[in-house]
Write a protein that binds this ligand. Structure first.
Ligand code: ZN
Length: 629
């Protein structure tokens, strides 16, 4: 018997138009050529992959209407993010909405007269049942002469004209013909294999600065929006090193990248920091002062700000493999309507955080000592918060939706960051593997095995998959390690692991110059100057002097022993005392004045430092293999 090939799904057609930049309104339409006869449903995602919080993007839809053959079609909202059109529509059905875009972040959409940025999850309605259908998108320029110079930066595949073809092969051939190598894209037509891909290519439109470079044969673009004076040549040269180091880490033999182009979409602002990963791009927010200036040309030294920017770019680029392709089974496929639970974010975020700065050292962009400084800072940060003793990184991963992403004043006492402690676990696992296999196996080998077994096959990593692969690759039992580090809350004992690579770990008291100086005192609270200049306790730490005296987060301290203080002078005033001294703090809670007697405490040793020891040749070899690759 002869069977014919399954009928390809007709493409879903999208059109997005920055209709009213000054009112921050996009007009977005979606057309389904053969809608569900029982009433086609459309849904907007509740969250964006990579940022694990329910954001309910549908709340920004201002108006929505449906039509078919020029006639309106009734449309009913059936839950907070889903609409159902009337049944019986046989021809193409188009739903058009106006969407408010005024969220300047990497997670949503933003539109004004200077630029437009959107993630597909904020603007493209998903016709339910068409998740697998190919998508075609027309991106239309805003109306008016001032927008004639706008270009497009995106990893979405550009096509010369609407292809109206479902076959991916044909779309790809058309795409290559339509795009100029190394240049920004222009308004017109784009395509994606399915909805999941469509919403994984953020789009920037405007007059961004643009440069490109080739890493392991793949074109990489950088597009910077916002006022800046960055040295694009230097950025390209440094990012190229990072990209090539990472591609070679995952594919040492073939040096093949998993994407055919890559875009760094950067928004430079006065105080931004953050990023969101995608399969062939990343959206980054940075402080414009972190970017290198042309005046610093030839300067080898990297400022702390630029090191932070490169670390961020390296982090998001590492996600190209770890989380965008090597994914927890819970994300295969994503359920865009609700929380997707996994206990593995410590691996996907934490190990990515471990590698982001390590790659800077392996790329020779920073000195190994500078890298050790970054690890030491991270160890100090994790160890200073008592929440680490109450929540494991596995629990922190699972509850990311309601805890890590929704932090409040009590978070330092209640939760642990799966980024920061996850990076420490990545470090501990790497050094443990190197030590116990005498240098034969490292975390790099585990990453490559995960890439080959899960990343390349599209299979999701099961919840026990990381331990399983690490044990199989190394041949050593890691049950105790995972029970202690991942599922448990005790502190990691890193000193013996550092010893093997000739590094000493020690703890110091912050602010103490000589070892026998009296330790500085602490209130056991974070103090910030509020809008009035008052000393506001923004966080009160467990067991600290402030908490024991009955002070709470939100209290505004106005006097110490009857002397007026403010956000700047409170700590100065307290520093005139010694540990054990009793002082009377006068404070407002809401608008009610009260006093509290506080017994000041000595600050504990919180600053971690890592120093390289003059060391036998074998430990030095192990250290170089780890830090320099
Ligand atoms: Zn990340």
């Amino acid at each position: 018997m002869k069977t014919s090939a399954p009928r390809p799904l007709p493409p879903v057609l999208y059109r997005i138009f920055p209709k009213n930049p000054s009112a921050h309104l996009f007009e977005v339409s979606v057309t389904v050529t053969d809608p569900d006869a029982d009433g086609q449903e459309f849904m907007l995602p509740a969250w964006i992959p990579g940022s694990y919080m329910i954001r309910e993007f549908a709340r920004h839809i201002v108006t929505l209407r449906a039509e078919s053959a020029g006639k309106p079609v009734a449309c009913t909202k059936i839950d907070k993010a889903t609409w159902q059109c009337a049944g019986g529509v046989t021809g193409p059905l188009t739903v058009t909405c106006e969407i408010y875009a005024w969220d300047l972040s990497v997670r949503a959409a933003h539109l004004d007269e200077s630029h437009a940025f959107f993630n597909g999850t904020s603007v493209f309605l998903l016709p339910l049942g068409r998740e697998a259908a190919p998508c075609e998108v027309e991106i239309v320029a805003p109306e008016g002469d001032r927008y004639a110079v706008w270009k497009i930066a995106t990893s979405l595949t550009q096509t010369p004209a609407p292809t109206r073809l479902a076959g991916q092969k044909k779309l790809k051939t058309a795409a290559i013909a339509g795009v100029s190598f190394g240049k920004p894209k222009s308004f017109g037509h784009f395509c994606a294999e399915n909805y999941d891909e469509l919403v994984d290519h953020p789009v920037e439109m405007g007059t961004f600065a643009h440069a490109s470079f080739v890493a392991c044969g793949v074109i990489h673009h950088i597009a910077i929006t916002g006022r800046h004076r960055a040295d694009l040549d230097r950025l390209c040269a440094d990012l190229k090193k990072i990209c090539e180091t990472q591609i070679r880490l995952f594919e040492p033999k073939t040096e093949m990248a998993p994407m055919s182009e890559y875009w760094f979409l950067v928004m430079a602002t006065g105080d931004g920091y953050g990023g969101l990963e995608h399969r062939a791009s990343t959206a980054l927010f940075c402080n414009r002062d972190d970017l290198p200036l042309p005046a610093q040309k030839g300067e080898k030294k990297i400022s702390n700000g630029y090191r932070r920017f490169l670390g961020l770019a390296s982090h998001e680029y590492f996600h190209t493999w770890n989380v965008k392709r090597i994914k927890p089974a819970a994300f295969v496929p994503y359920d865009m309507a609700q929380e997707n639970y996994t206990r593995l974010l410590w691996f996907f975020e934490g190990v990515t955080s471990y590698y982001d700065d390590l790659v800077l050292s392996r790329s020779r962009l920073i000195e190994p000592l500078s890298y050790l400084e970054l690890i030491a800072e991270n160890i100090g940060r994790v160890t200073s918060q008592s929440g680490r003793l109450k929540q494991s990184v596995a629990d922190s991963s699972f509850d990311a939706w309601i805890k890590y992403y929704r932090q409040d004043e009590n978070s330092p006492n209640a939760i642990v960051s799966y980024y920061q402690k996850g990076a420490m676990i990545g470090l501990a696992l790497d050094l443990t593997l190197r030590q116990r296999t005498h240098g034969a196996t490292s975390l790099d080998d585990v990453m490559r095995a995960l890439w080959n077994e899960y990343g390349k096959t599209g299979l999701g990593v099961p919840e026990n998959g990381i331990q399983e692969v690490a044990e199989r690759i190394s041949g050593i039992a890691l049950g105790d390690f995972f029970a202690h580090a991942v599922e448990g809350t005790p502190d990691l004992d890193l000193a013996p692991l550092f010893e093997v690579v000739g590094i000493d770990l020690s703890w110091k008291i912050p602010g103490q110059v000589k070892p026998d100086d009296a330790a500085p005192i602490t209130l056991g609270a974070r103090v910030t100057a509020d809008a009035n200049g008052d000393a506001r306790l923004s966080q009160v730490f467990d067991g600290g002097a402030a908490q024991l005296a009955g002070l709470s987060a939100g209290d505004a301290v106005i006097a110490v022993d009857g002397l007026r203080v403010n956000g700047v002078t409170l700590e100065k005033r307290l520093r005139t005392h010694e540990a054990g001294d009793k002082v009377t703090l006068t404070a407002f809670r809401r608008d009610e004045l009260f006093s509290a007697e506080v017994t000041l405490q000595a600050i504990g040793a919180q600053t971690c430092s890592l120093t390289m020891r003059d060391t036998p040749i074998d430990a030095k070899g192990r250290r170089n293999a780890w830090l320099l690759g």
